[in-house]
Design a protein around this ligand. Structure first.
Ligand code: NAD
Ligand code: TDX
Length: 341
């Protein structure tokens, strides 16, 4: 069986890893990557697949309705997987508007195209952040698919709005949709504005490691490949109209992650600098993945100890990739976000 799969946001962190996974596992599929190449998108990430016959890259904004319709008409996709989004919470606090445009309107335009060109299967890549946060002193509490939406940041509010639109398009128009809500990912090609790659890059450059607040916030970390495998399963076996939580029961405090990175790179903990907290900072995320395990047999395969070592090694082996990024416009972002913080 051959299929054409649209992967939006495929030049970013998770989307690119998903493209590599799919091209490896389903050589008969045609993969079309749709990406605007914002600051977070990087065509060099896709270098190893760019010339493959069953791959096409299209530079396009998912908010460009005409362009999107044209591409659907031309390629006639069977499946659309939507990774395209503004994804950084701190940026959403500085300037929310583009988050509403891309994350909500962009999703709606893609779904309109799915309706217009034959009720095409649509998968929305969402996040655990739509559930808000959990208290530190209730380790028994986890996010299930039934947990009410209760967002904190403009980023998570925009992602939650998109989820509601996806569910509305299913109920109102019968669009065949699924939604996945995953916990924090880490791994290769993670943009160095996010905690783990930022700390690795700074540590390697002997720069201060800026920990927000007291560093006690907890995130539930999953190796990116495990997320990609879960989406693959949902696409092939998931029940239409359903939400699936994805996470690996791997809760860690930010400060412990940063200390672990120092240790792995043989850098002194004196690099750690406590800076002003993020506004509205979510305390703890923790996913209950029982549903995807019971229904689809998914389990995380990479233990954190192994995944973080692989990730650190990847950043050591691919210095050019992230050094190119942090030498450009990123410098202004970093100054704005961290200077005098
Ligand atoms: P990323 O920021 O690394 O990549 C986003 C990609 O989308 C970039 O390539 C960017 O160029 C592209 N893009 C942005 N706006 C676009 C637009 N208007 N049109 C077309 N392309 C556009 O993000 P990521 O970390 O890979 O996250 C991917 C998806 O997964 C997002 O939807 C995010 O909400 C979700 N998610 C991320 C995590 C995580 O830990 N990173 C966890 C759960 C869910
Ligand atoms: O410099 C930093 N210092 C710091 O203490 C940065 C960048 C982050 N942090 C803290 C804030 C968070 O508690 O580390 C934690 C992780 O921060 P991020 O890497 O920005 O991730 P988070 O805010 O948890 O959101 C991520 O997971 C869910 C992704 O960026 C989202 O796209 C995804 O939906």
């Amino acid at each position: 069986m051959s299929k054409t799969v649209f992967v939006t946001g495929g030049a970013g962190f998770i989307g690119s890893n998903f493209i590599f996974h799919m091209m490896d596992k389903y050589p008969a599929y045609r993969i079309v990557c749709l990406d605007k190449l914002t600051y977070a998108g990087n065509l060099s990430t896709l270098a190893s697949v760019l010339k493959k016959e069953n791959f096409r890259f299209v530079k396009i904004d998912i908010c460009d309705r005409e362009g999107i319709y044209q591409l659907f008409e031309e390629e006639k996709p069977d499946v659309v997987v939507n990774f395209a989004a503004e994804s950084h919470v701190d940026r959403s606090i500085e300037d929310p508007e583009v988050f509403l445009k891309t994350n909500i309107l962009g999703t709606q335009i893609l779904m309109d195209a799915c309706r217009k060109f034959g009720n095409i299967r649509f998968h929305q890549v969402s996040t655990d952040e739509v559930y808000g946060d959990l208290p530190l002193d209730r380790p028994d509490l986890l996010f299930t698919e039934e947990t009410p939406i209760h967002t904190s940041s403009p980023y998570s509010a925009a992602k939650a709005s998109a989820d509601l639109m996806v569910q509305a398009y299913h109920r109102t128009f019968g669009l065949p949709v699924t939604i996945s809500r995953c916990s924090n990912n880490y791994g290769p090609y993670h943009f160095p504005e996010k905690l783990i790659p930022l700390m690795i890059a700074n540590a390697l450059n002997d720069k201060p490691l800026p920990v927000y607040g007291e560093g006690l916030n907890v995130r539930d970390w999953l190796y990116v490949e495990d997320h990609c495998k879960a989406i693959d399963l949902i696409l092939h076996k998931g029940r239409i109209g359903e939400v699936y939580n994805i996470g690996g029961h791997n809760e860690m405090r930010n400060i412990d992650i940063v200390r672990l990175i120092c240790k792995a790179l043989d850098k002194p903990e004196s690099l750690i600098t406590y800076v002003a907290d993020r506004k509205g900072h979510d305390m703890r995320y923790a996913i209950d993945p029982t549903k995807i395990h019971n229904e689809l047999g998914w389990l995380p395969e990479t233990r954190f100890e192994e995944g973080i070592q692989k990730t650190i090694q990847w950043y050591l082996d691919n210095r050019e990739w992230w050094e190119t990024i942090i030498s450009g416009e990123y410098q202004n972002y970093y100054k704005n976000m961290y200077e005098n913080r």
